[in-house]
Design a protein around this ligand. Structure first.
Ligand code: GLA
Length: 662
């Protein structure tokens, strides 16, 4: 897949329109500078109108037309929504909820991931498409399914139960091993035989937590098997063409480390909310994750909204300039593609109120003018294609730990991974400090600082590696409620955070969660006072030095933040004030920002294989800003503004962007 520039385009659903419209589509795509469309995502019923009927004629025409006009195709395997005839012939493929309700046909994504009927039909369709178009010159990328886990992440039917038992058999070998891992001595849950085991369906009270944890692992794996079955066929029949499936940013149900390993290129769908004034922080976080999933390789933004979406309670449009700014933010953070949902606004169906590159009003609309203007502008950024970024800081992200953290009956239901992570990330983002995400077994040695905002579930091997990292002088910062359980969700006995106790030089006597509205003051070294919400801990030092103490409440006077050599422990949630602890640690670690810029100005750097550096500067505020450029950048050209003359200062309009190249 090679583009002469950044890919530009979106989901194209021609099956929703009469044929007369197609020629106009292609003509307008050219006008807008579209270089790629995602074709056929929900076209199963059209492609295969009956069990033995196929209709490829329309797709033949479209692929040829698109190719003739220089538009590459990200061809979907169309397997996310089985057609009515298949569902009526095999109602058992519909998914079942934990309460035993079978979900009906009439929306989308209505299938059981373990269903052999669904799987066989999906692979058959993928095979038919790959046989026909595997070598079609228009096809630059294969798009398996669509957003695995959207709407339906799990199915509790009998077929899924049997599949779960097979999965457990592979994991544990014997029922006794399972009994020991699940702690079934508790509440009389012992199993004598595999056949007695079921998925964690709705039960009278809390379901065995390890059973639920294994279920999460199983559900991610079951969907991954569906992806893999299609990928194998595409690799066989369309060798050399990359294969992807579109992710949903920081999505709990799928372990994207495992998934990304089986993609040729990472692709994401991102829908930051224009009504949220801090949306750019969450977006940056998601984009950094996408960049990190394949070790820094460029990724593709496959979907975003040109303006409003249709699925929030209130769908605020993007004010002029915002879609440009947010698209370029994705490019700044490693995307080599800017695509949208969708090309032409639907006339009917559940998403007819969703914005599109070509709005209902047609070409005489603000939306269309932005589509054309931005397509032209994006062409100027061709030099950044393939560019990578480096980071001095890493954040450890473990899906197992995320799943375990959010199990039921914990000290506080308010400990949610995304909410714990966000303020740590925001503290880096505010200062333009580049960051990578790392899996729990990722290579730490390269980084000047490693942050673990929460590792509730901590394997001994991971703890050993973190300990070795800190012992070798790496700056390690661990957040609260970490090192609590092992991979089976069994407590690490002897004082939390047991496997990190030596590295951190602390022991927690008891968790001290704060209810909604409660706060505890924390006084930091040097006298700064910050506020903990959500969570505090009764902490004792064992060799660590106290660098912050609780200043109020039942823990007043006790340690809150500690330092042991180069290993820090933060025992509370400081929310938006987390930077008060992190900033001095990062300074001490010698971590430097990409650029010290005024508040609200985001700066990132991408280096391309030709040795050029690209400094992205994005003004997320509604005010113009002026910033002083460091020596080496003052004469750099702005790819977006060819008229820029060398100047030590740079002015950015409200929501403005510059991409300097040197
Ligand atoms: C998702 C889906 C699309 C569409 C958009 C709407 O990303 O993949 O089919 O529903 O959301 O925002």
């Amino acid at each position: 897949m090679s583009a002469s520039g950044l890919w530009y385009g979106g989901d194209y659903n021609p099956e929703q329109w009469p044929e007369e419209v197609w020629a106009e589509d292609v003509k307008l795509m050219r006008e807008a500078g579209v270089t790629m469309v995602t074709l056929g995502v929900f076209a199963w019923a059209r492609l295969q109108p009956g069990p033995q009927e196929w209709d490829f004629g329309w797709l033949d025409v479209l692929l040829d037309q698109l190719h003739a006009h220089g538009v590459a195709v990200d061809l979907a395997t169309a397997t996310a929504s089985p057609p009515a005839w298949l569902v009526r012939a095999h109602p058992e493929l519909l998914p079942v909820t934990a309460d035993g309700v079978r979900l009906e046909f009439g929306s989308r994504q209505h299938y059981c991931p373990s269903s052999p009927v669904y799987r066989a039909a999906a692979v058959r369709l993928a095979r038919a498409l790959a046989e026909r178009y595997g070598r079609h010159p228009a096809v630059a990328l294969w798009h398996v399914h669509n957003e695995y886990g959207d709407h339906v992440t799990e199915c509790f039917c009998a077929e899924s139960a049997a599949h779960f038992r097979r999965w457990l058999g592979t994991r544990y070998g014997t029922v006794e091993q399972l009994n020991s891992a699940w702690g079934t001595g508790f509440w009389s849950q012992h199993y004598r035989d595999w056949t007695e085991i079921e998925p964690p369906r709705t039960a009278p009270g809390p379901v065995n937590p390890t059973q639920v944890l294994d279920w999460r692992r199983f559900c991610s794996d079951a969907l991954l098997e569906c992806y893999r079955a299609e990928k194998v066929v595409l690799d066989e029949l369309a060798p050399g063409t990359p294969v992807t499936t579109n992710f949903m940013s920081m999505f709990k149900a799928l372990d994207y480390w495992a998934w990304a390993a089986e993609e040729d290129v990472v692709a994401d769908d991102a829908y930051p909310d224009p009504a949220d004034p801090t949306a750019q922080v969450g977006a940056a976080l998601n984009y950094d994750l996408m960049r990190s999933l394949k070790g820094g390789a460029p990724w593709m933004l496959l979907e975003q909204a040109p303006s409003a979406v249709s699925w929030r309670a209130v769908n605020v449009p993007k004010r002029p300039g915002l879609q440009r700014l947010w698209s370029l933010q994705a490019v700044a953070r490693g995307a080599d593609a800017v695509l949208y949902f969708q090309w032409r606004a639907s006339r009917a169906g559940a998403e007819k109120h969703h914005s599109a590159l070509l709005p209902h009003r047609g070409t005489d609309s603000r939306g269309w003018r932005e589509t054309v203007r931005f397509g032209a502008e994006l062409r100027r950024l061709a030099p950044v294609v393939g560019g990578r970024s480096t980071a001095q800081v890493a954040i450890v992200l473990d899906w197992d730990s995320w799943w375990a953290l959010e199990l039921e009956d914990h000290p506080s239901a308010r400990m949610r991974w995304s909410e714990l992570l966000r303020p740590w990330y925001a503290a880096l983002h505010r200062r333009n400090i580049a960051v990578d995400f790392l899996p729990p077994d990722g290579e730490l040695g390269y980084y000047q600082a490693v942050l673990a905002p929460n590792l509730y579930l901590l394997r001994t091997a991971t703890a050993r590696r973190l300990t070795a990292y800190a012992a070798a002088g790496g700056h390690l910062v661990c957040g609260p409620f970490s090192g609590v359980v092992d991979e089976h969700d069994h407590i690490h006995l002897g004082g939390y955070p047991a496997p990190l106790r030596e590295a951190l030089g602390v022991v927690v006597d008891e968790w001290w969660p704060l209810p909604e509205g409660a706060e505890a003051e924390v006084v930091l070294e040097g006298g700064a006072r910050v506020t903990a919400t959500r969570w505090t801990e009764w902490l004792e030092t064992e060799g660590a030095e106290t660098v912050g103490r609780y200043g109020s409440g039942p823990l007043a006077g006790r340690p809150a933040v500690t330092r042991h050599g180069t290993a820090w422990y933060l025992s509370c949630d400081l929310g938006p004030q987390t930077g008060a602890v992190l900033d001095p640690i990062l300074d001490r670690a010698g971590v430097t920002p990409v650029l010290a810029a005024p508040e609200g100005v985001e700066a990132t750097l991408r280096r391309t294989p030709d040795g050029a550096e690209h400094l992205f500067l994005l003004n997320h505020t509604d005010e113009p800003v002026e910033l002083a450029l460091p020596e080496g950048w003052q004469r750099a050209a702005d790819l977006l503004d060819p008229a820029r003359t060398p100047d030590p200062a740079l002015r950015l309009d409200p929501l403005g962007v510059a991409v300097l190249r040197r």
